[in-house]
Design a protein around this ligand. Structure first.
Ligand code: 5AD
Ligand code: SF4
Length: 345
């Protein structure tokens, strides 16, 4: 089949084999056709409204040592911080009440201070604000996930990063791919919406493994998928490597939209870090979510996952008002509901 036939098949059936995915991912001439198809399917299944999720990066302290990430524990150049519970709540209140955001995302490295008791306390307090609440705080036990759910959390983000187990074990020393997969299963069992995702362009990651990644998203029936290019960080072991491209990241994202047509897909900050219009391009290639950062500027620069991340976020372009204008400029509007995954397939 030529690429147009494959795209038509994906639009109509929401299924492609691994070989077919590999064929589209390696074809350098099909990007625009793929982006347009994903844009059409996005409109059909989740509509023109964009969901804004207010992101609070409440601590950059992490016990893990992921080779790609600026927050890894061996990066001693980084100033570490942890917000107080009052500071976290004040940010959430500002986002909900003044900015009108309907979802709050609490994200942190894997630190030990915010244990189950402290997290549940914060969750309960934020849930008084009439918002949906997403957590992105790493690998926990099933009973912790259940406790968060009981406290009022609605969703959880935990990227699988790659489904290539050897690559995962090389890049995430001391961690286990199987344990991470178990966490995704446990999140589902706990009744939370499950968000996962990958980086594109990791050293040693090939097209075939990205095809596996997309099939994995479908297999675990993910509610949300975040995809971003890998961007090398100078203070990590991967400093000398080349990063992922915007085009390939968008292609993986567009194919994810075609195969999982009704899920939530963010236009990620890493895409914007690679190109000034990266997020807008993503919104026109299958994405329907943006996660504006509502953390105070003083701390943002320390949540340094990869270069270009915090500077992107503090630029006036990325302020909420500018974001609203950008969204209007492509004929889209901002949703006023919580933006849960509404299953349609
Ligand atoms: N480039 C792009 N994304 C990164 N992440 C961590 N480090 C990098 C990097 N150098 C992503 C990972 C992680 C999420 C919080 O940030 O996918 O799950
Ligand atoms: Fe920690 Fe997450 Fe960075 Fe890994 S990717 S070092 S777990 S913050």
């Amino acid at each position: 089949m030529n690429y147009n036939d494959l795209i038509t098949k994906a639009v109509q059936t929401h299924f492609l084999s691994k070989d077919e995915l590999v064929c589209l991912l390696s074809d350098t001439s099909c990007s625009d056709a793929l982006f347009n198809a994903a844009d059409t399917v996005r409109r059909q299944y989740v509509g023109d409204q964009i969901h804004l999720r207010g992101l609070i990066e409440f601590s950059n302290i992490c016990r893990n040592n992921c080779c790609y990430c600026g927050l890894r524990r061996d990066n001693h150049k980084l100033t570490r911080y942890r917000l107080t519970e009052d500071e976290i709540f004040a940010l959430a209140e500002h986002a909900a009440t003044d900015l009108g955001l309907k979802t709050i995302v609490l994200q942190s490295g894997e630190g030990l201070y915010f244990d189950q008791k402290r997290m549940c306390h914060i969750i309960k307090k934020i849930k008084t604000l009439d918002v949906a609440l997403t957590l992105s705080i790493g690998e926990k036990t099933l009973s912790e996930y259940q406790a968060y759910k009981n406290a009022g959390a609605n969703r959880f983000l935990l990227r699988i990063e790659t489904t290539n187990k050897d690559l995962y074990h090389r890049l995430d020393p001391g961690m286990s791919w199987q344990a991470r997969k178990q966490c995704l299963d446990d999140l589902r069992l706990a009744g939370l919406e499950v968000g996962t995702g990958i980086m594109v362009g990791l050293p040693g990651q090939d097209i075939a493994s990205m095809a596996d990644d997309i099939l994995f998203f479908k297999d675990i029936k993910a509610d949300m998928i975040g995809i971003g290019p890998f961007i090398p960080h100078p203070d990590t072991p991967l400093a000398g490597n080349s990063g992922g491209t915007l085009d390939l990241s968008l292609k993986v994202m567009a194919l994810t939209r075609l195969l999982l047509p009704d899920i939530n897909i963010p236009a990620t900050t890493a895409m914007e870090a690679l190109a000034p219009s990266g997020q807008l391009k993503a919104l026109q290639s299958g994405a329907n979510v943006i996660m504006p950062n509502v953390t105070l500027n003083d701390y943002r620069k320390f949540y340094d996952l990869y270069p270009g991340k915090s500077s992107t976020n503090v630029s006036p372009d990325n302020s909420l008002a500018a974001l609203r204008d950008k969204i209007a400029s492509i004929g889209r509007s901002i949703a006023t509901d919580y933006g849960f995954h509404q299953k349609k397939v």
